[in-house]
Design a protein around this ligand. Structure first.
Ligand SMILES: C[S@@+](CC[C@H](N)C(=O)[O-])C[C@H]1O[C@@H](n2cnc3c(N)ncnc32)[C@H](O)[C@@H]1O
Length: 270
């Protein structure tokens, strides 16, 4: 437990209301939980406790205008998949800010899935579900025909073989009784997402293959990235094109008045 005296630099700041608006009450609950349980549960680092608003919550919220623009452009159902959500960044934060969007958090680690499930309950989010899987498994589930060789169990990531391992995971989830978790197989009957988001999951060379196959035609990848963003997309040009990505670009993303902006990599799907 973190001592109650530890404050966050932005506690009580008008910046929070200005950026987060109606999502602020739910995100205050999330902030308290992060402050009290985040470090002992391995969700945040020890030096993050008093800068949670800026480093994690406002930083995640910086993707919101990009997601809104992308779903408006593509039309239809505003569906968003957040890959490697970890403690809920950016997925939980963006879902609180965009209650009219349907979020799917794709995260393989059991203890992080438990955390995410608790956060959804605590914050009263009605627009979020969790799939405990790696991105490669989600892709295989969503494109069963493209992965027809999978039937023989070849070329699939470990854990995506419809084998005993899958059954074990399903029963793990059942025993955890996590009410917001759905099996990865649910994706078999669904269309790709309008938008895929992520932060701090992998370099673009790898990330393009883990995300773009989950994006529908004319949809977008919106990835929070550090200073290396441009170098990453330059290096990954071939990989991005191979999975139907076009016009990869780095955009400056405002975090809040008076705060340093961040970078977002945006890639359109052909
Ligand atoms: C460094 S953490 C970042 C977590 C969170 N996005 C954040 O910014 O705080 C990377 C996360 O990606 C998840 N991850 C790793 N490989 C993955 C994969 N192949 N598919 C989906 N998630 C993955 C890990 O379990 C972990 O939660």
């Amino acid at each position: 437990m973190v001592d109650d005296i530890v404050m966050d630099e932005l506690d009580g700041s008008p910046v929070l209301e200005a950026v987060l608006g109606d999502a602020l009450p739910a995100l205050k609950k999330f902030h308290v939980k992060l402050r009290q349980e985040g470090e002992p549960r391995g969700i945040i680092g020890p030096r993050d406790t008093n800068i949670l608003w800026e480093r994690h919550i406002l930083n995640s919220a910086a993707i919101v205008p990009f997601v809104r623009e992308a779903t408006a452009r593509v039309g239809g159902k505003a569906t968003v998949a957040d890959i490697g959500s970890g403690g809920g960044f950016p997925g939980i934060v963006a879902a609180a800010c965009l209650p009219d969007h349907a979020f799917t958090l794709i995260e393989p680690m059991e203890r992080r899935v438990e955390w995410l499930n608790e956060c959804i309950d605590l914050m009263g989010l009605g627009n979020v579900r969790i799939i405990r899987a790696r991105a490669e498994e989600a892709i295989a589930a969503m494109n069963p025909r493209k992965n027809s060789r999978n039937r023989r169990g070849r070329d699939l990531p470990r854990g995506a073989r419809g084998s005993q391992e899958r059954d074990d995971r399903a029963s793990d989830d059942a025993s955890m009784e996590l009410s917001h978790v759905v099996p990865v197989e649910a994706l078999r009957h669904e269309s790709p997402f309008a938008v895929v988001t992520c932060r701090a999951v992998a370099p673009m060379t790898k990330l393009s293959g883990w995300t773009m196959p989950l994006v529908r035609s004319r949809g977008r990848l919106v990835a929070l990235k550090g200073r290396s963003a441009q170098a990453e997309i330059d290096k990954a040009a071939k990989e991005i094109a191979k999975v139907g990505g076009v016009n990869p670009r780095v955009c400056d993303a405002a975090v809040g008045p008076g705060l340093e902006s961040t970078h977002v990599v945006v890639v359109d799907k052909r």
